[in-house]
Design a binder for this molecule. Structure first.
Ligand code: GLY
Ligand code: MN
Ligand code: MN
Length: 536
């Protein structure tokens, strides 16, 4: 545990030395001329009325016990450490917006910016002792405890001294009592974490092993390694390998979404549609303007903050020759009338589930003949991937079916230098020059969800009800690609939708976001008309 966390605000200001101050205080000491006297402290900690900090149980709290139980069953007898992560410094005492690690969010049900420095611990219990207790924080194998920073309210000098947790700086936060109500998990002071992490770690009777998600909080990983080495748990490589298997398991468990998660995904998709509509409304006035792409990005991201937590990943607004750049996030381009405009954007809702949607628009509102032809190929490829996605089929079948349609079109256009079958063979793959990225991925708390799962559990695994994934074929012709006819150069098209696998087959979760050619053109006209009538 970072020393600075323990020390922060726990000493009297008069005793405080620079060395013992928090990182954040150190970082800001050049800038903040902070009164240090006892008189000031007493004055600051008095004269406040009651502060409202009401919380209620989160909807997710009804779903997280089953998730923790499933995880615990895979690691009986082991102490499981799932950190939220720490604030990430941007510079001086300014941090990036905090987002908890997705595994922490999944097993606690916490979203938004809850809660930097917190750690979920699943403590092993002896077989049979936990069952029947009835507490949602207990499973057959483990007892959950959420370690967190207590509130830094007006009863502690941290209130005004800590820019990270002090409520003078960051507003009322949920403390131990509030987090317990929200999550249904008993809470403990983070100051006790190091002690509790080290307790009984060893190989003998009555001792426990520890597993930690390693890449989230470096201090916790280091501390866990220290206690395990001292406890006789072999070399660092062995410990690290077992931790990686633990991390893989948490990723794998997220592949099948529960009904709460599916509902959150529906919200994220609905909010994303609103964001796209808002961009389309702004498009006519953004045409021809410097950084028109940024104008649209601003519209989407503003909506994401209004309707959700944030954008779920860097918004891509790629017009004209930017569109074949897969992750064009600089968004500095001018949008010219007559070009195609590829927009890949998703709203992350407060629970941190994100949509991932791409649409490609004709900037003047009407596809020309070639644009229409290319667009229809991508749409057909997506439909082929969707139709191949049946429960029990291997995940990678989506990729194969999308690729077949694209390769056939490239062949028909005379672009593919070999036959379709040769291109589709493992030794060929020439068509991938124009689609070098993946065509589908799991989606949920992370835009590329479940990414730690083993290849065999992901690409090689059967599609199962409850999985949510994208299907996102495209065609990407760079503007300096001398192997395609001039009229294809500088064109990028992607169509990306979010799909839920059900027992009866795949369901388009984003069916309400228009993508058929006529529907896209109508959506553009409608959004622009509504905007211009607002202006009048
Ligand atoms: N927006 C990133 C992706 O589509 O995978
Ligand atoms: Mn995607
Ligand atoms: Mn995307």
């Amino acid at each position: 545990m970072a020393e600075n966390q323990k020390n922060e605000g726990q000493q009297h200001p008069d005793e405080t030395t620079l060395a013992a101050e928090s990182q954040q205080t150190k970082r800001s000491h050049n800038r903040t001329l902070r009164p240090e006297s006892t008189t000031f402290e007493k004055f600051m900690l008095s004269g406040w009325g009651e502060e409202k900090n009401q919380v209620k149980p989160l909807e997710s709290a009804a779903f997280t016990p089953a998730r923790r139980s499933a995880l615990g069953k895979k690691f009986p007898g082991q102490r499981l450490i799932i950190p939220a992560g720490q604030h990430k410094v941007r510079n001086d005492d300014c941090d990036y917006a905090f987002r908890p690690d997705s595994a922490f969010a999944y097993y606690t049900g916490l979203g938004q910016d809850y809660e930097a420095g917190a750690v979920l611990v699943l403590e092993p219990v002896e077989a049979g002792t936990a069952a029947g207790d009835g507490s949602p924080a207990q499973s057959e194998t483990h007892q959950a405890t959420l370690y967190a920073h207590p509130r830094s309210d007006q009863t502690t000098s941290d209130y005004y001294r800590s820019a990270a947790y002090g409520e003078y700086w960051v507003g009322a936060r949920p403390g131990l009592k509030e987090l317990a109500i929200m999550t249904g998990i008993p809470t403990a002071d983070i100051a006790d974490f190091d002690h509790d992490l080290a307790a009984n770690v060893g190989t003998g009777d009555g001792h426990v092993d520890v597993r930690v998600i390693r890449n989230v909080d470096a201090d916790i990983t280091q501390e866990a390694d220290k206690v395990r080495t001292a406890g006789g748990f072999g070399d660092a490589a062995d410990i690290s390998e077992k931790d990686d298997a633990f991390y893989q398991e948490t990723s794998l468990q997220r592949m099948i979404k529960d009904s709460y998660e599916i509902n959150e995904m529906r919200k994220a998709i609905a909010a994303s549609k609103d964001g796209f509509t808002r961009m389309l409304a702004a498009l006519p006035s953004a045409l021809g303007k410097d950084r028109g792409e940024r104008i649209l990005e601003g519209e989407f991201n503003a909506n994401a903050r209004e309707e959700g937590n944030a954008e779920g990943y860097g918004t891509i607004v790629a017009s004209g020759a930017h569109a074949p750049t897969l992750h064009w996030m600089r968004n500095t381009g001018k949008i010219e009338s007559g070009d195609l405009l590829l927009i890949d954007a998703g709203v992350e809702v407060d629970s941190l589930y994100t949509a991932d949607i791409t649409r490609t628009f004709p900037t003047n509102g009407k596809f020309n003949d070639l644009q229409r032809e290319m667009y229809q190929v991508v749409l057909d490829a997506q439909q082929a991937g969707f139709e191949a996605a049946k429960p029990g089929a291997t995940y990678s079948v989506i990729h194969k079916e999308c690729m077949r349609v694209l390769a056939q079109a490239l062949h028909k256009w005379g672009i593919l230098p070999v036959s379709v079958e040769e291109s589709l063979s493992p030794q060929g793959q020439q068509h991938r020059r124009w689609h070098a990225c993946g065509v589908a991925h799991h989606l949920g708390l992370d835009v590329h969800d479940c990414s730690q799962a083993r290849f065999d559990d992901y690409q090689g695994a059967p599609l199962r009800p409850g999985m949510i994934f994208t299907i996102e074929p495209g065609l990407y012709f760079k503007d300096n690609d001398m192997l395609v006819p001039p009229e294809f150069r500088g064109v990028g098209i992607r169509i990306e939708d979010d799909v839920l696998m059900t027992e009866h087959g795949p369901e388009w979760l984003s069916i309400d976001i228009p993508k058929q050619i006529d529907d896209v053109e109508a959506w553009m006209a409608d959004s622009a008309a509504r905007q211009s009538s607002i202006r009048k």
